[in-house]
Design a protein around this ligand. Structure first.
Ligand code: 13P
Length: 349
């Protein structure tokens, strides 16, 4: 890779993890946004999806102060606001960077019951070139790693890990070739009943395989962002870990597996509540800042949007209150990025 391209990609990546800012994951696929709208009793039409995303992107304080970038879905990157302004322009005008989800979803991995491999490499070079023209400066590809239930250790299999990390590496190289920063997202799900130490083990193994695959694909790490899960117990585990244990184990896991050349690590929320996602990020940045060579921030979907959606309910009359809810979450996570959040700040709003 020539120096000019490396500088360009590194500049974008560093903007994405600017102090006090993080990423809004608004890239719910048509199926996922339908589930979110079902929860507020709203039909998932193209106009409703547009209105909702427009409401988010027009929340000026959140977008200019705390949101460095927005991950869009294919439909959204082509959509216009009600007044005809492209949604991408709204994001740019707020000083935030548009990005795009480019994977085609996790499909069943043949002969590996319960395991998935993410698809979408075919034609990816051409799709990335078009997304760049539409304004995208970074992309996202999510791999899904599930952990066996009941103490069984067959999942994840080594072949599930290598297939997914290899796909992430091929995706990342294509992104960089097309002047786009790849967010590499190997998500270890928190759905199971495993304890935090099993999550640590699987997350570490996945990351080691990922960084070997990225090296072999000649990806320049300075022009990438990692989007991992936190090291955390499964939702159904009867041994839930404290925020201090989550923070200590997550940072230790990354120090053992994420190279220092990576500019930033941005977490997914993965089913944590808004409060938990904020508190855990805050604890890491408050207690371990001097141990981390990378910026540590957020790229939350549900943990930035849950109360916004609940407040909005698809009703125009609730739009301002919904924007206040979004601005509040963005601000709280912005503070957590600096390790400066406290519980008391939640109630001051
Ligand atoms: P959640 O924060 O809701 O897990 O979504 C983030 C994301 O983009 C998952 O791919």
């Amino acid at each position: 890779m020539n120096n000019e391209l490396l500088d360009e990609l590194n500049g974008i990546a560093r903007t994405m993890v600017h102090p006090g800012k993080g990423i809004l994951a608004a890239d719910e696929s048509t199926g996922t946004i339908k589930k979110r709208f079902d929860s507020i009793g709203l039909e998932s039409t193209e106009d409703n999806r547009r209105d909702y995303r427009e409401l988010l992107f027009r929340t000026e304080d959140a977008m200019s102060e705390n949101i460095s970038g927005v991950i869009l879905y294919d439909e959204t990157i082509r959509q216009k606001a009600a007044d005809g302004t492209p949604l991408v322009k709204l994001i740019e005008q707020a000083g935030s960077v548009p990005g795009i989800k480019v994977d085609m979803g996790a499909k069943d991995l043949a002969f590996h019951p319960g395991e998935k491999v993410t698809e979408g490499l075919t034609g990816l070079r051409e799709r990335l070139a078009e997304y760049h023209q539409l304004g995208a400066r970074f992309a996202k590809w999510r791999a899904v790693i599930d952990i066996s239930r009941g103490g069984d250790r067959t999942m994840p299999s080594y072949s599930c890990l290598t297939a997914n990390m290899h796909a992430l590496a091929r995706y990342a190289a294509l992104c960089q070739e097309q002047r786009i920063v790849p967010i590499v997202e190997p998500e270890v799900l928190m759905d199971g009943d495993h304890d935090i130490d099993r999550c640590y083990e699987v997350t570490e193994q996945g990351l080691k395989i990922l960084y070997t695959a990225l090296f072999e694909a000649r990806v320049a790490l300075e022009g990438t962002i990692l989007k991992p899960n936190m090291v955390i117990a499964g939702k159904k585990s009867d041994k839930q870990a404290s925020t201090d244990e989550i923070a200590e184990k997550t940072v230790r896991c990354f120090r053992n597996s994420v190279p220092a050349a990576v500019p930033g690590i941005v977490f997914l929320s993965g089913g944590q509540s808004e409060r938990e996602a904020t508190e855990n990020l805050n604890t890491m940045n408050r207690d371990f800042a001097d141990q981390m060579p990378w910026a540590l921030s957020f790229s939350y979907g549900r943990a930035l949007q849950a109360s916004t959606l609940d407040t909005w309910k698809g009703d125009k009359g609730n739009a301002e209150a919904a924007q206040r809810a979004f601005a509040h979450r963005a601000k709280m996570n912005g503070l957590a990025q600096k390790g400066a959040w406290t519980e008391a700040m939640e109630d001051e709003a």
